[in-house]
Design a protein around this ligand. Structure first.
Ligand SMILES: [Zn+2]
Ligand SMILES: [Zn+2]
Length: 258
């Protein structure tokens, strides 16, 4: 058992505070590393990866990027607190997280991340619709939408309340749905990667993939029009709820923010 999962560890508040701060730094550093690396790759491969839908007008400034990175750091702190609470719950046997691969079938081991992603997609879509209610938007989601030309650094640029609402899904779901610890880590990595891809302003998905995957073009329309494209990584909910727009310009009068 890891030393920080020892019961004695949690009784020392200064250790817990140091642990949460270290976790925040690791989460923040991981976000910066993925963002910078992806930005570099996209610049290198731009001609090859774009499929004619790369957003044309990009007005991101260094001031915007500084703001995004600052908000991302506060969001990392919120994520770190929730990760620490999840570890505490795990230590007390309150979660369904398992480390012995034989505890569930091998099929389940591979299916569980897909199940998690589908559940999170549904949670996020409706949370996102709710965050666009005018009375909620200004307090919770406005920070993320200050970037009308999103960058790779917009991926984690959230108000702490939004960061909490997004991430609280995970401590809750791991109490109900079994998932192997390695797969849980893989899900977080995948979600971070998707978030950066969707904010980078350069489309890497083919026309066929964009029918079911949300890419940079799809999400940039959300940042510009506000009332369409509420999904996180998959287009399913937007198609089903008729909130999808695939054109970067034009009226979205048909979609009313409820
Ligand atoms: Zn966004
Ligand atoms: Zn939004």
């Amino acid at each position: 058992m890891l030393y920080f999962l020892d019961t004695a560890f949690w009784s020392h508040l200064e250790w817990v505070a140091l642990f949460v701060a270290s976790l925040a730094v690791v989460i923040f550093a991981r976000y910066l590393a993925i963002s910078v690396l992806y930005q570099f790759l996209v610049k290198k491969l731009r001609a090859k990866v774009s499929h004619g839908t790369t957003p044309k007008k990009r007005t991101a400034t260094s001031k915007q990027i500084k703001r995004e990175i600052t908000w991302a750091f506060t969001a990392s702190l919120v994520f770190a607190v929730l990760v620490a609470l999840s570890l505490l719950a795990y230590q007390n046997g309150l979660t369904q997280v398992y480390t012995d691969i034989h505890e569930h079938s091998l099929t389940y081991f591979f299916v569980s991340p897909a199940l998690m992603l589908v559940l999170y997609e549904s949670y996020y879509y409706w949370l996102h619709r709710w965050m666009h209610l005018p009375r909620v938007f200004k307090h919770v989601h406005k920070v993320h939408h200050e970037s009308t030309s999103p960058t790779v650094f917009t991926a984690f640029s959230f108000h702490p309340i939004e960061a909490f609402l997004q991430f609280i899904f995970f401590p809750a779901v791991i109490m109900l749905v079994p998932v192997h610890a390695v797969m849980l880590a893989a899900i977080f990595l995948l979600l971070s990667f998707f978030a950066v891809v969707n904010h980078a302003g350069a489309e890497i998905y083919s026309r066929g993939m964009r029918k079911f995957l949300i890419g940079a073009s799809h999400h940039e329309i959300h940042h510009q029009q506000f009332r369409a494209n509420f999904g996180l990584n998959f287009t399913g909910w937007d198609i089903f709820m008729k909130t999808e727009r695939t054109e970067p310009t034009g009226s979205d009068k048909a979609i009313q923010q409820k």
